[in-house]
Write a protein that binds this ligand. Sequence first.
Ligand SMILES: [Zn+2]
Length: 533
Amino acid sequence: MSLPQAVDLLISGGSLVDGSGQPARPGTVACLDGRLHLGDAAWQPAAARVIDAGGQVVAPGFIDLHSHGGLVILADPRHEPKVRQGVTTEVIGVDGNGYVPFHDHDDLLAFVDLNAGLDGRPAIDYDWSSVASYLGRYDRGQSVNVAVMIGNSALRIGAIGWDDAAADRAALANMRAALREAMEEGAFGITSGLDYPPGSYASTDELAALTAEVAGHGGFYHTHVRYELGDRFLDPFREAIEIGRRGGGPVHLTHFYHRQTHPGSPERLLALVDDARAAGADVTFDTYPSEWAATKLVIQLPQWVQAGGPSALKQRIADRGTRQRLREELAVRGAAYTSAAGWADVRLGAFTQPDLLRWESRSLADVMRETGRDAVDAICDLLLAENLGVAQVTSGPWSETLPHFIRHPIGMVGTDSTFLGAKPSPRTYGSFPRILGQFVRDERLLSLEEAVRKMTSAPAARLGIEDRGLLRDGYAADVVVFDPARVRSNATYDEPRRHPDGIEQVVVNGELVVDGGSHTGALPGRALRHGRR
Ligand SMILES: [Zn+2]
């Protein structure tokens, strides 16, 4: 390709880490009409804007394989927590909890309510039903691109309803047909979140059938596994790998990590992936580099309480008999689930009711102590008062074993970013810079080139995006410029809403969305379509 003589944006003098894993090299990157052109360090076309990237790294924009930004981004399209990290594309519709397709509008609104503590309940027009209309919402512009996955909960609600019922042949055919249409409209695959009803009511075989459907269209199965299964350590991941085997499709284990309370070693978890790959399976994973997990408080309730959807759930948890049964189940689960000490680890957030705002960023143990309620009454009363929209942050990955996952050659990054409450998990603002600052520069756990590959070309390949994830002529112009000496996360458990240092410029589809470390207000992102440029 011959180089253009005039370009929109020129980034010169930087060290190119092109996403392939190859060693950094000097070079010039130009953007013209949203596409990249690469030249040597001496190339100097006319440019509307020139960025001197001396001393900086120039890399493809980062791709996040797990984001809860799907709804909040429609209300706040600047999406600053993510673009300030260098994220230019994120995967939404994760954990089985996608908001499309919904052909019954009441079902869509009920599903938003059920997940309000996880994905938020922003005041937007919920005016889509098909995947095509939903993707169109993201084409109106936000600061990042989105790749939409289909959650199996939506398919199940459409075909079976909200109950804990098996899929018969007709329901399975219905779900597969909806999924086929979704893939043809541009979805990237199917997700599950097997702690989250109603998608969690799906059997291994049902999920294998959905995996087979997306695999036939070049898609993949992205799973938050069934953590309660079997030994609660390896068995949940064995089921995921088995789903891929039976369905004949690729499997991606999302937020794959080692918890301090797990019975075995991280090597045994990673050996599952290595062994499956050695046997020919296409298995990959992502990890978030943070010790703090986050989800909705509803997850504390057993799945039978949630059957039938949010109205049935709210009726049950208002009932004294149901609460008594919950108490008995918690007693069986052990002391950590009955004493205030165990609940001190659950930090609450996202309150909206004036009389509950005092609990923002406080623990469930605080609520129990200061209101004289036990755990069951505290959880149920808070959920009812907030129409289920309460978020929680708890301890997650174990610091000591996170490096095993971060440096594993098959591992990628999924921030699992949630955006609710005063204090979300620090992973929301800090994931990519923490890897570049702490794990690459300070601890030398992996090379910069390898880390960037895991953030760019590896996830692009997993998604099947053919024109992003590398600095290559003709690729989409998603670029991040950062200072390798200064890049660092500033987000902590106590102060999680701090932006990172050292991410200087972020370019999405050829437009600067971060410039000099500040958001420009530009909204050039759109919905990507699988199989299309
Ligand atoms: Zn998640």
